[in-house]
Design a protein around this ligand. Sequence first.
Ligand SMILES: Nc1ncnc2c1ncn2[C@@H]1O[C@H](COP(=O)(O)OP(=O)(O)OP(=O)(O)O)[C@@H](O)[C@H]1O
Ligand SMILES: [Mg+2]
Length: 383
Amino acid sequence: MSDIKESNILAVDLGSSFIRIVVGKDQLSNKAIAHFISLPSYGIKNGTIYDFEQVRSILNAGLKSIYQREGSNFKEKCILNLSGKVYISKNIKIEQKYSKETQIRTKTINDLLLNISEEKDYTPVHICKRSFLVDNSFETLNPSGMFCKSLQANFHVIYMLSTYYKTLKELFSSLHLDLVDILPSSIASANAILKDNDYLIPKFLVVDIGALTTDFVLYSSGVPEFTSTVLLGSENITRDISFGLKVNRDEAEKLKLDFSEPEDHDDFKSFLKNIIYSRSEDIVLYIYDKLKKISDNMIPLRIYLTGQGSKLFVFKKLFEEIFECPVEVRRPFTFSINEKRDYEHSTVLGLINYALNNTILSNKYDNQNLIKKFFEIFLKRGR
Ligand SMILES: Nc1ncnc2c1ncn2[C@@H]1O[C@H](COP(=O)(O)OP(=O)(O)OP(=O)(O)O)[C@@H](O)[C@H]1O
Ligand SMILES: [Mg+2]
């Protein structure tokens, strides 16, 4: 067995239908995906684990098969997705006044990050920088090197339920994995499907439609402004068909996947169409209402859909009708040759892309506090 490979990182997408694991390597600036595994998921519902032991054995089996192929048993850093009811997102403003002119350095910003407070029962697990206001006069994305007397930082912070976070940490540690970052599925998927030009659109929405969850994030001026999850996905459509037509789950799934708009009058197809449309509409309207309730300003100019659920044409149509803006269904972009890259791989590929392009691998972290791990990441990229 060879030694521990410091340059490896594992990305794990705990999906409701599949658990997907990717191993990324960063050797001599050569970033590559070394392993890609999908395992049927058990013990996860609506984006959260309800049976930790079951998930542990699935992950254990996945790791074993990677170790066998790798020829080594490595202790890895790991990046994970986050979905469901166990997290909240908040935009936070932190202000610092200095007694004399001060040059902004990495430490100045790190000190601001340490001021991000805990929320009752919630722990901050991921931070995106939104903007910095220097001397109350101008905004910038990267104030490093500037002189100022006051600095205001705007962050998009993802808070996870503390008890759930603690249990997750323990689960991964029992598998000899060091959980170094946790990204909401929507932000992870955005990292796999967006091109640089997309970030120039003033307001856009990224939606990952899965089996039992639909994760979404609204980007404003290229950075996340609102992140949330709908506890409904494409499997709910299958269940409705099964219930409405009194067929078993697999037959209902087949009817859903084979569905096409009825051209002539056809009672059966029209009935099926109603079932599919009404549940899909629930999902799209939930997102619309949630954003609209915050402000009229939260309505996007463009929408990107991904996740396997987005293959159902109905979603593109409904998003276009309800949001009245262009909608694109996107697969993850090519990361390395020969990798699998279908719609359902956006989250795991986005996680590994994020990890390999930031400094999670650089080992400069204090293991006690995830926040401290963001210092480097954060200055490099605000997404
Ligand atoms: N060809 C297809 N057309 C439309 N929908 C499909 C197709 N293939 C699979 N699906 C649906 O996609 C859903 C699974 O999506 P995905 O694999 O992205 O979910 P997941 O990531 O495992 O779950 P979640 O994100 O909810 O935790 C299933 O409900 C399935 O019915
Ligand atoms: Mg998913």
